[in-house]
Each structure stands twice: as C-alpha cells, then as structure tokens.
Design a protein around this ligand. Structure first.
Ligand SMILES: *Cc1c(COP(=O)(O)O)cnc(C)c1O
Length: 229
C-alpha cells in the first residue's frame, strides 16, 4: 500500500545522510515534493505530515489542485515546460518557477505577476548534458539570458535548475551537477548578484546532487509512488 508519510520520512533521512556525508549543515536542502498527476488527497496527506513545498508540471491540473487545497503557508513550484498561453496562470498561482529557459517567457511572467504579489521566484533551466530532446538553455547562452532576466521588475532570479542525462554512476551524475553549480558561481560573480538556489536531484540521483551543492531536490515517485500517465 502507498505510504506517503513513511516515504517522506525515508526521503528526508536520505537527504540528511547526504548532507552529513558532504559536510553540509542540516536544513541546507529543501525537499520539493513533486505531486504532478497525483490527486489532491495525496498532497493533503503530505501536508498533514509537515511537507510544505510542492512541485507541479501541468498548469491546469496544478491550478485546480491549488484552488482546492489553498495556499496558506504552502509553497507551489512550477517545474514543467511553459507554453506562452499558460504563462498568466503560472504567474498568478505559483511562488516559484524552475523551468524558465527563454527571455520571452521571463518577460511574460514578469508582466503578468500581480501588483499585490511578491516578485515571482525564478530559476533558469539549463540543458547541462546538451541533449537535443531536452528543454533548457545551453551553458553557452546562459549568461546572456541571466543578464536580461535580472532586469525584469516582477520576478526575482533565484538560481539554476537542471535535469541531467540519466546515469546510474555517481561520478557521472556528479560531473553534470557540478557544471550547474560552477555556472551559478560564475554568473553571480560576473553580474554581482547573489543567486542562492541550485534546483537539482530527483529520486534516482539526489545523493550526487546534494554532494554538488543542491539546495532544492525535486522528488516525486519516491514519495507518491510511480506515475501512470
Ligand atoms: C517529474 C519531475 C521530477 C520528479 O521525478 P521523480 O523521478 O519522480 O522523482 C523532478 N523534476 C522534474 C522537472 C520533473 O518533471
């Protein structure tokens, strides 16, 4: 039987162990529970167990669940591909967007964020493994995009996100994550900014991501079970 509360506990233990092994302080990594395709009841069970940050990938499905569950002290993170005609729903309903990979979308999110809301937290999605099929801006084009996004008034550039090519080897996983963390350092230096977020690590590679400095790990199936689309 699906045991969301038990799964949350064991994912949190894994995060704590990975933090300790890489000499990082406890609570330096935020657990984002990825609830895409899962019903509101599952999210509510996780909330009752103390979980506060949730990740969603499909706009309409997510907005329906946000309306049902409400906001309260919950943080909603959008992590899926963004179509321009859905940007307004994203700008108005989420606290964070991890998957911004072009200027046009960043501009729309900034324009559409409501006046009485705090700036929308943004991560730029980077295609670190240079895969043709993946979304994300290339490492080469990232600095120019960052420079333009910094100037937008209603969004706040918090960091970088990546979904590297799948590998079961820790050292391969780590070298992909390292590219993202080195870019963050370099861009912070180049533009004198203080991005503080590395959104990297999923169910099968969270240990490697934490060893390379992840500050948000995005975990779906290890909490809510496998997904049937
Ligand atoms: C689905 C998804 C996840 C969670 O993946 P799991 O393998 O289920 O942990 C993380 N990040 C993104 C961007 C996703 O779309």
């Amino acid at each position: 039987m699906l045991d969301i509360v038990g799964n949350l506990e064991s994912v949190k233990k894994r995060i704590q162990l990975a933090q300790a092994q890489s000499g990082r302080s406890t609570d330096s990594v935020i657990l984002l529970a990825v609830s895409k395709t899962k019903p509101a009841e599952d999210i509510i069970r996780a909330i009752e167990a103390g979980q506060r940050c949730f990740g969603e990938s499909y706009v309409q499905e997510a907005v329906d669940k946000i309306r049902q569950i409400g906001r309260g002290d919950i943080e909603w993170h959008f992590i899926g591909p963004i179509q321009s005609n859905k940007s307004r729903l994203i700008a108005e309903n989420f606290n964070w967007v991890h998957s911004v990979d072009r200027l046009k979308i960043a501009q729309r999110l900034s324009d559409q964020r409501l006046e009485d809301q705090p700036p929308l937290n943004i991560c730029l999605q980077v295609n670190v493994s240079d895969e043709e099929s993946k979304s994300g801006i290339s490492l080469d084009e990232l600095p120019a995009l960052a420079e333009a996004v910094i100037k937008l008034p209603r969004i706040k550039l918090r960091g970088l996100m990546a979904i590297p090519a799948k590998s079961s080897y820790q050292d391969e996983q780590r070298s992909e994550f390292r590219k993202l963390s080195e870019s963050l350092t370099q861009i912070n230096h180049q533009f004198s900014i203080e991005m503080d977020t590395l959104s990297m690590g999923m169910s099968n590679d969270l240990d490697a991501a934490i060893a390379e400095g992840a500050t948000i790990v995005r975990i779906g199936s290890d909490i809510f079970g496998s997904r049937n689309y």
